[in-house]
Design a protein around this ligand. Structure first.
Ligand SMILES: Cc1cc2nc3c(=O)[nH]c(=O)nc-3n(C[C@H](O)[C@H](O)[C@H](O)COP(=O)(O)O)c2cc1C
Length: 186
């Protein structure tokens, strides 16, 4: 069975560094045989999650349905003031809509986490913050995460990167997400 990997992240500005890093990891998932689907940029613009509001915008419905169907996930956030951006965190708050599923929240799914910031400190704290969210959502952070420092490395369109180590790191994350999903399908 083909594995489906959903990537979420980036900033509102399309083709941001964090979005490009996400595409780098999704390329690794694709190379490992997965069907990939990225939800980025303006598609992440959602109303603030309110547990008392049940109506969903088209963007919110698409996000929740994509996560519900996903066999694996990749998250990529810019580091804003040392942590996950509000845009990405608000999108993750919508995982609450999966609480009553047979497979609640992100249960049973591997989740690759990428922090992209303009310095080492925020890249690492952002990646770590994403991992904490994934634990809270019952997902399995991949063994390898990525800290992409845009002060030292520029991601290119489509997730290419002149720094071979960063490119390989991102691709490995995508591959690890797929391998975990394949192991659970056996
Ligand atoms: C509101 C805001 C807060 C930011 N805070 C930090 C920070 O605390 N540390 C840091 O290294 N970079 C910080 N940055 C820079 C971004 O993390 C950096 O541009 C990175 O490349 C990811 O942004 P992008 O995905 O939008 O390109 C901040 C940027 C903005 C817009």
């Amino acid at each position: 069975m083909t594995v489906t990997v959903v990537g979420i992240g980036g900033s509102v500005r399309s083709d941001s560094q964090s979005e490009r890093a996400l595409h780098g990891a999704l390329a690794g998932a694709r190379e490992a045989g997965a069907k990939v689907h990225a939800i980025t940029g303006s598609n992440l613009v959602l109303p603030f999650y309110d547990p008392l509001v049940t109506e969903r915008t088209d963007n919110a419905r698409d996000l929740v349905e994509a996560l519900r169907a996903a066999d694996g996930i990749v998250l990529s956030s810019p580091g804003y003031h040392g942590t996950v951006s509000g845009l990405v965190k608000n999108a993750l708050d919508y995982v609450e809509d999966l609480r009553d599923d047979d497979r609640p929240y992100l249960e049973g799914r591997a989740v690759g986490c990428i922090g992209a910031a303009y310095g080492w400190q925020a890249t690492v704290t952002t990646m770590q913050a994403l991992r904490s969210v994934v634990h809270a959502l019952r997902g399995w952070p991949t063994p390898l995460g990525a800290a992409v420092n845009s002060a030292e490395t520029q991601m290119g369109p489509g997730g290419d990167c002149a720094d071979a180590k960063v490119a390989a790191n991102l691709r490995t994350i995508g591959r690890q997400v797929v391998e975990f999903a394949q192991q659970r399908q056996v």
